[in-house]
Design a protein around this ligand. Structure first.
Ligand code: 6PG
Length: 259
């Protein structure tokens, strides 16, 4: 069961990205497991809907606890068998710039939780580059820009974001240069406060091209930044993300405690 709470008015002047008309809405679930299960169901239904009006759907997945738990819940769902996965493209909001096969890689965790069990053509899986394959995170970011461009710079149909207790999303951290980056789809991130320190991320500009942005978060440790973000504290990257059609915060009761 979920409880819909208020829809907050959306400011259109923040950070100079595309103006959005969508309203931020908050859906509160009892606990982290329910957030993951409900988000998985929402994702699958959205894919069914999207593929009834478009030939291809582009989904951006996230690392983090709730993000990976959501992918695992998709894998368990009987609805997964109703999707034509050859029409679904999978992208990442951010990646840890460590060697391929390192357990820290978001793509490896996603592969294990879901992607390995789906009939997804390899060419539909758009990974951010790993250390070893690329000399620098800058080169990996440039490669991701090229992948996005080659796909026609799609409007992401669903873009999921975990959120850190500091209000970061993807690998855009408060007070860091990456949060303010403009003019590119993907960037290198250094000195990340969350380990590992070197990462690749989508930019805020790229995130805000998404049709639907879903922020998934759970736990008391997120309550403060959830409240600050929803009150529009733009020091926090989480406060600046939104989709052109839909912005949803899918959170548990603990994370919603101060809203
Ligand atoms: O690579 C990563 O670490 C992420 O993509 C990051 O943005 C994550 O989603 C948040 O930090 C939330 O993570 P938790 O849900 O584990 O707190």
């Amino acid at each position: 069961m979920s409880t819909e709470s208020h829809g907050a008015a959306v400011s259109t002047e923040s950070h100079g990205a595309a103006v959005s008309t969508s309203t931020t809405r908050v859906v509160v679930h009892p606990d982290a497991t329910a957030v993951a299960e409900a988000t998985a169901a929402r994702l699958l239904v959205t894919l069914v809907d999207t593929l009834s009006v478009r030939d291809v759907a582009h989904v951006v997945v996230t690392g983090g606890t709730v993000g990976i738990a959501t992918l695992a819940a998709v894998a368990r769902s009987p609805l997964a068998a109703t999707i034509d996965w050859t029409s679904v493209h999978v992208w990442w909001g951010d990646e840890r710039f460590v060697a391929a096969g390192d357990p820290d890689r978001n793509e490896g965790q996603a592969q294990q939780a879901l992607l390995g069990s789906l009939p997804l053509p390899e060419e539909n899986i758009h990974r951010m580059g790993a250390a070893g394959s690329f000399a620098t995170a800058e080169e990996a970011a440039a490669d991701y820009v090229a992948q996005i461009t080659a796909a026609g710079t799609p409007a992401w149909d669903v873009l999921m974001l975990g959120m850190g207790p500091d209000g970061h999303v993807a690998s855009l951290f408060p007070g860091h240069a990456g949060y303010a980056a403009r003019g590119a789809e993907s960037i290198a991130v250094h000195d990340s406060p969350k380990p590992p320190p070197t990462r690749v991320s989508l930019t805020l500009e790229s995130i805000r091209r998404a049709r639907r942005v879903w922020v998934v978060a759970a736990g008391a440790g997120k309550a403060d930044v959830v409240a600050r973000s929803l009150h529009g504290d733009l020091e926090l990257p989480a406060a600046a993300v939104r989709g052109t059609q839909e912005t949803l915060w899918l959170i548990d009761a603990e994370a919603a405690a101060r809203v």
